[in-house]
Design a protein around this ligand. Structure first.
Ligand code: PEP
Length: 245
């Protein structure tokens, strides 16, 4: 079984004072028996890396190019150089807000892996797609289109995030989570062989202290990608603890 990963996506939240949150989390969980990753807004990466906590620091996005005329973007190469160890790519908010297609996501994931970052590729259906019985088709299509052709299994994480569960307080049933995670596992094994069994599949969408143990107990759930509940040490701490058991 892969080692679990508790990943926090701070989105456009946090500031210089966020160092206190990370220090509090480190004090409560000095040696977690899981990987812990915090993805703050890019300008905070250096500050959080410099704290020297037991946690990895990652980015919420990266550009597909190494450098060049791309105003406002950040390359995976630079993220690696300043101490980031991972990049989330293809989050539904970027697919929606920035019109990112699966081809864009694949190019970004490729850049992340080439730079030596873990690429966390997000996939997930909308509510209309689930209601229309198209969840597995949509998720399968997103994986086929977003995982780069020559992806290396050891640098790849898939985050299953139903769009309708993100930030809404709603979650799929345990059976629905199990169905999609089993499907993703089969898809990864079909593509990567035995290595596909070691690729972590995270669940994301309204994970919180009150539901995390039940969700993390589902087979093929290898941790979580957590938004709102990653912003406070008292909320994220129990999620780190659940990933450690
Ligand atoms: C996310 O942003 O990836 C997410 C899952 O958010 P939340 O936990 O707030 O639903």
């Amino acid at each position: 079984m892969p080692r679990k990963l508790a990943a926090g996506n701070w989105k456009m939240n946090g500031g210089p004072g966020s160092a206190a949150m990370l220090n509090a989390l480190a004090e409560a969980h000095p040696a977690p028996d899981c990987d812990v990753l915090i993805c703050p807004p890019a300008p905070l990466i250096t500050t959080l890396v410099s704290l020297g906590t037991p946690f990895q620091i990652g980015a919420q996005d990266c550009h597909s190019a190494e450098s060049g005329a791309h105003t406002g973007d950040t390359s995976a190469k630079l993220l690696k150089e300043i101490g980031a160890s991972a990049a989330i790519v293809g989050h539904s908010e970027r697919r929606t807000d920035h019109g990112e297609t699966s081809a864009t996501v694949a190019a970004k994931a490729n850049a992340a892996m080439s730079a030596g970052l873990l690429a966390i590729i997000c996939v997930g259906e909308t509510e209309a797609e689930r209601d229309g019985g198209r969840t597995l088709k949509v998720v399968g299509g997103q994986i086929a289109g977003s995982v780069p052709e020559d992806a290396e299994a050891q640098n790849l994480v898939i985050a299953y995030e139903p769009v309708w569960a993100i930030g809404t307080g709603r979650t799929p049933t345990i059976e629905q989570i199990a169905e999609v995670h089993d499907f993703i596992r089969e898809t990864l094994i079909a593509r990567f062989g035995d290595a596909g069994a070691e690729i972590r599949i995270l669940y994301g969408g309204s994970v919180k202290p009150s539901n995390v143990e039940e969700i993390f107990a589902v087979p093929n759930v290898d941790g979580g990608l957590v938004g709102g509940a990653s912003l406070k040490a008292e909320d994220f701490g129990p999620i780190v603890a659940a990933a450690s058991t």
